[in-house]
Design a protein around this ligand. Structure first.
Ligand code: CMP
Length: 141
């Protein structure tokens, strides 16, 4: 059965442009509940580790540089079938291909500066949530 939580990050481009509130409001309107949140400035080590799965990709250096360029906002969100629901709500990686009304269509500039991250599986949602939040912070009422 699909899980009911997932991990998102409002990335430095959107956070720095004061779009975090609008993005979270949009996700709340789409039925997501915020279960955990923080603002942090990732170190190179943290960003490199978080995106280690992409380390062989040509855009890895650019991705780590971007994710450490300013503060970002990781959040754990809850909704039925959370992983798929969030990926639907944020739209395609490339904003030019993102559907109308999605976060990336509204707020992303490019494939690299694309406003928001979302976990791509329940397994990664659990791993990525533990990356940013303690077990205590993930003990939801
Ligand atoms: P995200 O959902 O955070 O997961 C991996 C990230 O890699 C992705 O969003 C993009 O920000 C980034 N990415 C993927 N493809 C490219 C690309 N072609 N050029 C730059 N960044 C990319």
């Amino acid at each position: 059965m699909a899980g009911n939580t997932t991990l998102t990050i409002v990335k430095p481009d959107a956070f720095g442009a004061d779009k975090a509130g609008k993005i979270i409001a949009l996700l709340e309107e789409k039925g997501f509940k915020v279960k955990a949140a923080r603002v942090m400035h990732l170190t190179q080590k943290q960003a490199g580790e978080f995106y280690a799965v992409h380390s062989a990709r040509p855009f890895y250096g650019e991705l780590v540089e971007f994710m450490t360029s300013g503060p970002c906002m990781p959040l754990v969100l809850e909704k039925d079938n959370a992983v798929l629901a969030l990926r639907d709500a944020i739209g395609a990686t490339d904003p030019a291909e993102a559907a109308e009304g999605t976060v990336r269509k509204l707020y992303a500039e490019s494939k690299g500066r694309n406003a928001i991250h979302a976990s791509d599986s329940d397994e990664n949602a659990a791993r990525e949530s533990r990356f940013f939040f303690s077990e205590t912070e993930l003990l939801f009422g």
